[in-house]
Ligand binder design. Structure first.
Ligand code: SF4
Ligand code: ZN
Length: 307
């Protein structure tokens, strides 16, 4: 099959949702156009601003880091070593080596050194790893961004992540989560602007970009990934997309245009105070990181409700 854009080269990537099939060169143009459209439509950031890219070592975040650097943005990556044996150190190695290749800045936080590695926390607190992991990641990305004068935190969430989360939140009518679901969340208190420049791109498209650029990313799944809730919804949406190409982007864009404006501002804001240990905005006396550090040092499993 010939590329539907240049009509000369052989197509290497078929994209039924765009009614297109691209050769390698035209795919790159398509991919970067989707990224540029996303950044422009939501005014995510400018070239003069400092962007912190949250990097896990997986294909999405590594590709985002690569694409933003190649687009000339002022990017620093941040990696959190979760302290998961046989997984976290390997991911850190790949991220460090990629930072060298891109000549890009990198900040690494090690949860072991912080005294709260994920396996230890999960064992003591007896809560699903992903719930705690997500909160800790948010804490460190926000804190590092605020402490180091970054303008925005960018994550590699793609269209599959966004639509699976959306489907789950709609099926269970989690309005408080729906309100926070957007490719752009403005700065609030000390929380920096949060953006998802890959929200128009699918996992498949990002995997193709990573492959064409020879990005060496982590392919092993996190041993706790069975705790992740959205993979079931991803599978269902892939079946729908297969039968009706273009449904995912319509579903997500439709939500942003129709439902989100109606529910925005309805959420009851909880009164924020500041963590007595680290000064981070929180609800209650201690933030998630300081609370976990305290629990781990006490070896306590009491009062799990606050997590
Ligand atoms: Fe964290 Fe869960 Fe993702 Fe593993 S699968 S990195 S524990 S959120
Ligand atoms: Zn704290």
């Amino acid at each position: 099959m010939k590329c539907t854009r240049c009509r000369k080269e052989t197509a290497e990537v078929e994209l039924p949702s765009h009614n297109a099939a691209f050769c390698r060169e035209c795919f790159e143009i398509f991919f970067l156009n989707q990224l540029r459209k996303a950044i422009k439509a939501f005014r995510m950031f400018r070239k003069s601003e400092k962007i912190l890219v949250a990097v896990s070592g997986g294909k999405d975040s590594m590709s985002l880091w690569h694409a933003l650097v190649s687009e000339g943005y002022n990017v620093t990556a941040m990696f959190i070593n979760l302290g998961i044996e046989g997984f976290s150190d390997l991911a850190e190695e790949k991220v460090r080596s990629f930072a060298g290749k891109l000549s890009s800045g990198l900040i690494v936080i090690k949860l072991k050194e912080e005294g709260i590695p994920i396996p230890e926390v999960t064992r003591i607190i007896r809560r699903p790893a992903c719930a705690i992991c997500g909160k800790l990641k948010r804490y460190y990305f926000n804190k590092v961004a605020a402490d180091n004068g970054f303008d925005a935190v960018a994550t590699g969430h793609n269209l599959d992540d966004e639509t699976s989360r959306l489907l789950s939140n709609i099926l269970h009518w989690k309005l408080e989560y729906l309100e926070d679901q957007a490719p752009y969340l403005p700065e609030e208190n000390v929380f920096k602007r949060k953006v998802k420049p890959f929200f128009r791109l699918t996992e498949f498209e990002i995997a193709a970009y990573a492959f064409f650029h020879g990005i060496d990313y982590v392919t092993e799944a996190c041993p706790f990934s069975k705790d992740a809730t959205f993979s079931f919804y991803k599978k269902q949406l892939n079946m729908i997309e297969y039968n009706s190409p273009g449904t995912k982007i319509d579903f997500y864009q439709g939500f942003l245009k129709t439902l989100r404006p109606i529910i925005r501002g309805k959420k009851q804001e909880k009164a924020l105070s500041f963590c007595k240990q680290c000064g981070y905005p929180t609800i209650g006396d201690l933030c998630i990181a300081c609370l976990l550090k305290e629990r781990i040092s006490l070896g306590s499993v009491k009062d799990q409700t606050s997590f």
